[in-house]
Write a protein of this length. Sequence first.
Length: 543
Amino acid sequence: MTNAPLLSIRDLTVAFHQEGRETLAVDRVSFDIGRGETVALVGESGSGKSVTALSVLKLLPYPAASHPSGSIFYGDKDLLSRDERELRRIRGNKITMIFQEPMTSLNPLHTIERQVGEILKIHQGMGDAKARARTLELLKEVGIRDPEKRLDAFPHQLSGGQRQRVMIAMALANEPELLIADEPTTALDVTVQAQILELLAKLRKKNDMSMLFITHDLGIVRKIADRVCVMTEGRIVETGPTREIFDNPQHEYTRHLLAAEPKGHPPKADDSADTVMEGRDIKVWFPIKRGFFRRTMDHVKAVDGIDVTVREGQTLGVVGESGSGKTTLGLALARMISSEGRINFTGRDIGALSFRQMRPLRRELQIVFQDPYGSLSPRMSIAEIIQEGLRIHQPKLSEEQRDRMVVDVLKEVDLDPATRFRYPHEFSGGQRQRIAIARAMVLKPRFVMLDEPTSALDMSVQAQVVDLLRDLQQKHDLAYLFISHDLKVVRALANNVIVMRDGKVVETGTAEQVFENPQTDYTRALIAAAFDIATAPRGVVSE
């Protein structure tokens, strides 16, 4: 490392102008990134992390965004004062960026070969043959198996981890000096997350590359960063070497982030409690059809002969990686998709009921989805969203009675009832998830399927939502089916756990048994990746 920093941000302010108002998203931020160094920019959603990173390459929506003050020096060049032509020579060449969600960052209409090769052709002037050869090298370098078979693949044909590896290959194509990684592992399973972090660390060392790593998860920071900048409300409130920040945090907000982790234990299990939901030999097979006559040649066995029992006031945690069949199992139990096997809900066999016959039972059987922004209608106010179920299932209620029930349930999920006339976009992610929970709870259900309800949330918000779910369960004796790949959250909520892989249960037992004494390599890999990324076993879970 030389003494001169590779990138130097000084007194940076970012303002957004909307409807005659000016809002400061970043307020006089300063930090350096040395050559070969990884600096982590840490903070919760809305703290200004991504806005700071996007400012480096001037990727903000100008002129709505402006810089009232500051400079960003890359070597001796102030990037903020450079014109678009000069910036194009730097973007994707000297400084590159990996975005949070690879599915929206990759072009769905172009093959992997075309998307990686395009960068090589534009910046290095390569011909088709050379670009193809270099693309294969890059895909192999980032750990894509059988890269020759992936060249003609489209993004939707790859897993989340594979798509993120392709994004890394694109970012490294021109051997940049600085890589900006904006929450590159947030949407990934814990085992894939561990692989991606290990890959980035290896590539950084091999290429003597600097990295700006943006995240809200301090567990990741400990494994990858040399220095940390802690950011909140547009300001950097603490900075220093990673070990020093973890061992001796000085600012109250840093201590808050370090403590922000789902804690506590689920209500004590009672084996004599009433069984609310029971599934026996549940199967969901999707046919694979080929040929002119679309004959069924084989099946994708998404759920393959699974037994589950969920009791009143208790939680069954369903864990596993993406594609393991967790959500499919939940949808089958909730009778949202067709399945084989016996399903009993509160003692009644519902496996053969039609959609129309199921409708009266929907009030007692509710779902909270992963993405609250996608599951809440943007055209309806919060009051209308929560009342919708009441209008269907309790049509005789008056407007006043419905409004009173909305007020009561908003109080129950710790939201101000005065906000009920606002719309979803006016709330934070955590508040939107509370609204989604309120929409389910207002109907007084007995069983709630929770499909990754905390995966898109900051760590501190995750902890709050877990506490809320636990409180509601104790108050109303709710039975939860909690689907997640985040074992820290599952440990705080679940009485019993089933571990799924490729549509089958590979391990089952009480939460204590599974977490303290896992019996399979797959479960051990999941637990190691969740609780100590550095020691996650290799080769057990792979792309």
